[in-house]
Design a binder for this molecule. Sequence first.
Ligand SMILES: Cc1cc2nc3c(=O)[nH]c(=O)nc-3n(C[C@H](O)[C@H](O)[C@H](O)COP(=O)(O)OP(=O)(O)OC[C@H]3O[C@@H](n4cnc5c(N)ncnc54)[C@H](O)[C@@H]3O)c2cc1C
Length: 388
Amino acid sequence: MAEIPLHADVAIVGGGPVGAALVHALAGSGIRVALLESRPVMAARDPRALALSQGTRLVLQRLGCWDRLEPRVTPIQTIHVSQSGRIGRALLAAEETGVPALGYTTEYGDLYGALAEGLPAGDASLILGARVTSVRPGLGCGLVEYSLEERPRSLTARFIILADGGKSLPSPDVKIKDYGQHAVICTVRTEAAHHGRAYERFTPSGPIALLPLGEAYALVWTTRNESLETRLAEPDATFLEHLQRAFGDRQGRFVEVGARSAFPLRLVTASGPEQPGLVRVGNAAQTLHPVAGQGFNLGLRDAWWLAQSLMDSPPDAWGGPQFLAGYRQHRRADVSGGIAMTDVLVELFANDIPGLAQARGIALSALDALPPLKSLFARKMMFGAQAW
Ligand SMILES: Cc1cc2nc3c(=O)[nH]c(=O)nc-3n(C[C@H](O)[C@H](O)[C@H](O)COP(=O)(O)OP(=O)(O)OC[C@H]3O[C@@H](n4cnc5c(N)ncnc54)[C@H](O)[C@@H]3O)c2cc1C
């Protein structure tokens, strides 16, 4: 094993997709990075399929990771947005937007593998099997305590970045909005080939997303907590029958379903005053409902901009009030826009207030009929809420 560093310029806690991307973004800058990841190897078995936006593709290309991932992605050519049992639908198409694809579906493990493969990059040290137990940030010098092979250890760093997904070291001022739902995820096959078409279908109990993945579809079925157990346990044939009823027959019959799993759905945001010497990125900063497929795309932009901020500032400014305010200012529109768009979609489309369904139908039809509006919406999905 390479020597374990006792000091780094920057300590990144959590080598998930966002933490790993940050290491690539800092490669070649001369900044000494220590990445602490609790998994013993940089590989993940995770059933999630992620829709990566066109903007994410461009960032991954710049990080030198896209070529490794490309053979394992399925391009999304069209997205069909509709609501069950009501009029109004919108169809977004890559060719109308002037991009090769509206997005790309991949498995979490494949994305992770593509980001992990080139690590450690540049001046980075990778400390695997390191479970961080506490961080004590400070201006110019912080302390990270962790356990490795059941022995307590620590390292000092000028600047600490939390990319732990938000579960193990949550912000003291975390804001949580529980949607009372889980995402049931699995692969499904349909009678008709997908031809690169994704679906977002809003139903009274929550949205259903179908993302083309290889020859199949990755399904994300938003399910109320009280129905979760049944939906996970029901026989395949019953599950497919219920899915057919909820989704309709736009894609022909659903004929096969893979293993099911579930994720709780919450909007979690780290709020409150910032601690000098520390920044949160990715899910550690904001965990979104997956309805609009924005979580990783947003987190990757966090990582990209934070790396630029670090490279553009002298080390003794990192983590100071001006540095933190500058970074926040840079990210504010994108992050708050992403959070708002996701939350509004969930609330608006799961609501049966009289008249609202008609209003939603009109909005979808207007989106479909007005090319400039459609193009703006597609750009915001691809490049973030600040895009025009
Ligand atoms: C069902 C579902 C569907 C989704 N679909 C999409 C989509 O279509 N598009 C999209 O952009 N996003 C999607 N997302 C969101 C996306 O999965 C997350 O935004 C993304 O995984 C966040 O990456 P991260 O690196 O910030 O956190 P994580 O993926 O949670 O990684 C955190 C890493 O930190 C490590 N870690 C944790 N605690 C410690 C510790 N104490 N010490 C050391 N290491 C630690 C973990 O082992 C892990 O490797 C979806 C999410 C769900 C649940």
